[in-house]
Design a protein around this ligand. Structure first.
Ligand code: G6P
Length: 612
């Protein structure tokens, strides 16, 4: 999704603005641009289709980009193709006001028609451009940039994170937010604004998270936050816990690979300090739910998107089995559009790595509006979902930069296991069972490491299947969502068509696809459903499909049937997704690399989807 950076201070703005959007590249984009008020008090703009390196290569030599205030942007096309004209920043008719925008202006057609009638001229197909003209309109009336932004935004329906500069106010940035994240970075004699903390942390760790319908005027020494009615607001300054090293590759070829390899540590970070050994249970301090409130939970509904939705599906298996509470898992994008039934005593859980996914946010707001208790499972501290849920639990996975989510997934599952233990111990499982889960969970990081040590072996298997055009992923029980996740990983980064299915469902359709060219990835661990999965493997074998099995060591039945096997250590069935997904992440990674794909920034995808 789009990325925004703004700077005002004493330093040269351009390198800061370019480096800032480079930190946001991982979010996905297709054009980029920058605007600066230079030291001759001129507004200079440069933008282009493509990547930031293309922008850097094509800076016009005849323009002076030296100045201490500016804005930059990476655009992920929504309204209008990826072209230079549609790239941000956009300007008003006078060419004095420039702005960048994330989000979608829903009533832009009406506003555009109105502004055209008033004589405004448009040069792009974007919804964003109308904002520059609307601000111009009000600025002409009141000569106050901050007020003009507020007046303009009062007419706007939709979502925005915007940052505005004006040639006539060369010391001031005005920014505003509704629905799209925006963070102020507070420096010493300089200030920043960005859509994501990763663009700020090399300059400052002191940040203010803007909330919806807040606007801010920022100069190098101060900031004034107001609401859209122009009343001043006091906000808390937060400290970012991430480090610059969190957003470097640390010697790995790709962020995705680094993040896969970080999982022994990120899983540990998710459960560290969260066991109550004396009571054979766990605790999630951030939940802020009393024992009484926990006991009252009769239903759970999970809302999420993408990989987080798969974690939610695993959560269903865990919570229903361990805590005996019925769980519904919903695509967040569908939730509010089907008039959801939320029985009393329902706990709604919003799962989101970024904490900014627009659909998940909308779903949790719907649940809250209907009176449900909503908790969040998020990674990004201070993110909108973390702040808008009643309470929640951070997964503490550290920055996840690869667009294809890996370590966040296993950390989300870890939190769901802890929640299942907490609720399970209150409702159904014995101290012995609670203790067994805890002891087994503690062993998981070493077992993950054991699988990661097979990376070379997994790369060799990837070589065999790198030319496949389709792939099927099959698993049962708690490993069915892992099959979905394995398929998602492959299609996201290698563009191979892949589908995940419950293994037994194969014979109701996908079996028609199986021939000698079809790789079928089976998750077949030694649990109560093992023999049934072996039957499904037989069915594939009988049709000459190629079987790649994720199985436990010394599984003779699997050895007889599989063309390739990646073995994983044994653990409790309910904890097995933490292990079974690791080879699938690595397989997808290697297949994508072997096919020459851009693993960290796959085409058309965005890390954090902040539009509906
Ligand atoms: C995008 C990303 C996925 C992610 C999904 C949900 O589609 O590309 O990797 O799983 O959003 O994101 P969230 O931040 O809410 O977990």
């Amino acid at each position: 999704m789009c990325g925004i950076v703004g700077y005002v201070g004493n330093r040269e703005a351009l390198p800061i603005l370019i480096q800032g959007i480079k930190c946001l590249e991982y979010r996905g984009y297709d054009s980029a641009g920058v605007a600066i008020i230079n030291n001759e008090q001129k507004l200079v703009i440069h933008k282009c289709k493509g990547k930031i390196v293309d922008l850097e290569r094509s800076f016009p030599k005849n323009l002076n980009f030296q100045g201490n205030i500016g804005i930059s942007h990476t655009r992920w096309a929504t309204h209008g193709k990826s072209t230079e004209e549609n790239a941000h920043p956009h300007t008003d008719c006078t060419g004095n006001i420039a702005l960048v925008h994330n989000g979608i202006i829903e009533n832009y057609k009406k506003l555009r028609a109105m502004l055209k009638k008033e004589g405004h001229r448009f040069v792009s197909e974007t919804d964003t451009e109308i904002l520059a003209h609307l601000i111009e309109k009000y600025y002409n009336n009141n000569n106050d940039l901050h007020l003009a932004v507020q007046c303009a935004l009062n007419l706007v329906q939709g979502t925005f994170g915007i940052v505005v500069i004006d040639r006539a106010n060369p010391q001031k940035i005005v920014a505003a937010r509704r629905g799209s994240p925006l963070i102020i970075g507070i420096g010493n004699g300089e200030n920043f604004v960005a859509s994501d903390v990763s663009a700020l942390i090399s300059h400052t760790k002191s940040v203010i998270y803007l909330d919806d319908n807040e606007t801010v005027e920022i100069t190098k020494d101060r900031y004034i936050i107001k609401n859209l009615e122009n009343a001043e607001i006091e906000k808390e300054i937060s400290s970012v816990s991430w480090d610059v090293s969190d957003i470097s590759k640390k010697g790995f070829n790709h962020f995705m690979l680094k993040e896969i390899f970080e999982q022994p540590e990120s899983i540990t970070n998710a459960f560290r300090g969260r066991f109550m050994e004396n009571l054979d249970t766990a605790r999630l301090g951030g939940l802020q739910l009393s024992a009484n409130e926990l006991l009252k939970i009769k239903h759970i509904q999970i809302v999420a998107c993408g990989t987080s939705w798969h974690a939610g599906l695993i959560g269903k298996y865990l919570l229903e089995d361990i805590a005996r509470i019925p769980v519904k898992v919903e695509y967040a994008s569908e939730y509010r559009y089907h008039n959801p039934v939320i029985p009393s005593d329902t706990l709604v859980i919003a799962i989101s790595q970024s904490g900014e996914t627009a659909d998940t946010l909308a779903a949790l707001r719907e649940a809250k509006a209907r009176g449900a208790k909503v908790i969040g499972i998020t990674n990004v501290i201070g993110s909108t979902i973390a702040r808008e849920t009643d309470s929640g639990s951070y997964i503490h996975a550290g920055a996840e930069i690869g667009v294809a989510s890996t370590k966040a997934f296993t950390s989300q599952i870890t939190i769901l296991i802890l929640l299942s233990i907490i609720l399970g111990r209150m409702k159904s499982i014995s101290p012995m069972e609670g203790r067994e889960y805890i002891e087994e969970l503690k062993k998981i990081p070493d077992k993950v490491q054991h699988i990661l040590d097979k990376n070379d072996e997994i790369r060799e298997i990837a070589k065999i299947y790198k030319h496949a055009k389709n792939a099927l992923y099959l698993g049962r029980g708690v490993n069915f969502p892992v099959a979905l996740e394995g398929a998602l990983k492959l299609k996201e980064i290698s563009y191979v068509h892949a589908e995940g299915y419950p293994a037994a469902e194969m014979k109701h359709g996908p079996i028609a696809l199986i021939d000698k060219n079809m790789p079928v990835f089976f998750i077949v661990i030694k649990d109560f459903i093992h023999d049934k999965v072996i039957n499904n493997m037989e069915e594939v074998k009988a049709r000459s499909g190629k079987i790649i099995a994720i199985a436990n060591e010394n599984d003779i039945a699997v050895e007889k049937l599989a063309d390739s096997i990646i073995t994983i250590p044994k653990t409790l069935s309910n904890l097995s997704p933490l292990l079974t997904v690791i080879p699938l992440q690595l397989l997808a990674y290697h297949i994508a690399v072997l096919r020459g794909c851009n693993v960290d920034q796959p085409r058309n995808l965005a890390k954090s989807v902040t539009v509906e």
